[in-house]
Design a protein around this ligand. Structure first.
Ligand code: NAD
Length: 316
């Protein structure tokens, strides 16, 4: 009897949520107001982080900007103020260094207040075939692209849980849902970031802290310079995305409290195909789309990698 009741309940929920999603396709969701919210962006010193800071400044948020690159972060701070940001707090912080994250987080709490929207955006890429990746870069990729998320969430999530109010944003990647040639360390760290954010989302739901929201973002290549030189064979299917466009979409997903955001939409189709077609078919599709050779002319952003501090021995 319980089994029948359980099935009836789950089918009822399926139908309800299906109809709800159809309604939201027609009537856009109401967007939340982020004026006065304290938004922390890691990796705010360039690219996507900078664009996100500009958007949130326009929306009246209080900004906390973290980057290992002081010069870039200062410039973002200036741009955020130019775009209406009244309270902007820049900090030089290597988010892959646990002690530094906790120290700067204490400083943020004292100077800006409790962070209510945490955007884990900082990232680095090595861009080499597996056997050519220096060991320290494997470790560094994981430290920056995912382990730092553990430290920032440990630092700022307790206050969000206490107030049952907040938002965790994970900038993963398309490489966080598909393995990609020449990106083994990056891709593995982005899969991990996705898994961490999704698990936290489920934990928060389980403990009924449903007003602490989660957004997980998986974009294809963006023209920020991080993947300089990479190509797309069929840009109408998998375009190199404009950073302003991606930032706008991310902000919109945060305001609408959307859990997953993949860009472009074609990625959703490939993700479904990945589950149902054979590996050989999937590889043929990858070859057709040029995903297998996308990294061949990778130049990448050297500066972010050079700025990484020596961490060996610090993360015990
Ligand atoms: N550019 C793309 O094609 C692309 C595609 C998908 C996902 N992403 C992801 O989007 C995010 C933003 O990337 P982007 O394209 O703006 O790259 P970017 O290189 O322009 O920006 C990354 C920023 O992170 C900072 N950073 C690096 N290591 C840091 C550290 N240890 N501590 C603090 N800050 C650090 C850098 O100084 C830089 O300002 C990254 O997580 C990246 O993996 C990028």
């Amino acid at each position: 009897m319980d089994v029948i009741a359980d099935i009836a309940i789950v089918l009822g929920k399926f139908l309800y949520y299906f109809l709800e999603s159809l309604v939201y396709k027609i009537i856009p969701k109401t967007k939340k107001n982020v004026a006065g919210e304290i938004v922390l962006i890691t990796g705010a010193g360039s690219g996507l982080g900078r664009q996100l800071a500009i958007h949130f400044a326009r929306l009246g948020a209080i900004l906390v900007l973290w980057d290992i690159n002081q010069e870039g972060n200062t410039e973002t701070c200036r741009l955020a103020k130019e775009n209406g940001g009244e309270k902007v707090f820049p900090y030089t912080c290597d988010c892959s260094n646990r002690q530094e994250v906790y120290r700067v987080a204490d400083q943020v709490r004292k100077e800006a207040g409790d962070v209510t929207i945490l955007i884990n955006n900082a990232g680095i890429v090595t861009g080499k075939f597996f056997l050519d990746i220096p060991d320290h870069m494997v470790e560094k990729s994981f430290l920056v692209n995912v382990i730092s998320h553990f430290w920032t969430c440990k630092a700022f999530l307790p206050a969000m849980i206490k107030a049952n109010h907040g938002h965790l944003v994970c900038i993963s990647s398309v490489a966080g849902v598909f393995g990609i040639n020449g990106l083994s360390d990056y891709s593995a760290s982005k899969f991990a970031a996705f898994g961490f954010a999704e698990s936290l989302f489920l934990e928060l739901t389980m403990v009924k802290k449903t007003e602490v929201k989660t957004t997980i973002v998986c974009p294809h290549f963006i023209n920020t310079g991080m993947f300089e030189g990479c190509t797309s064979k069929y840009p109408f299917l998998l375009p190199i995305l404009e950073q302003e466009y991606v930032a706008k979409k991310i902000v919109n997903a945060i305001l609408e409290e959307q859990v997953y955001l993949m860009m472009p939409k074609f990625v959703y189709i490939i993700l479904i195909l990945k589950q149902i077609i054979s590996t050989k078919m999937l590889m043929a599709l990858g070859e057709y789309l040029g995903v297998d050779t996308a990294m061949v002319s990778f130049k990448g952003r050297k500066k972010a990698n050079e700025l990484q501090t020596e961490t060996e021995g610090k993360h015990q």
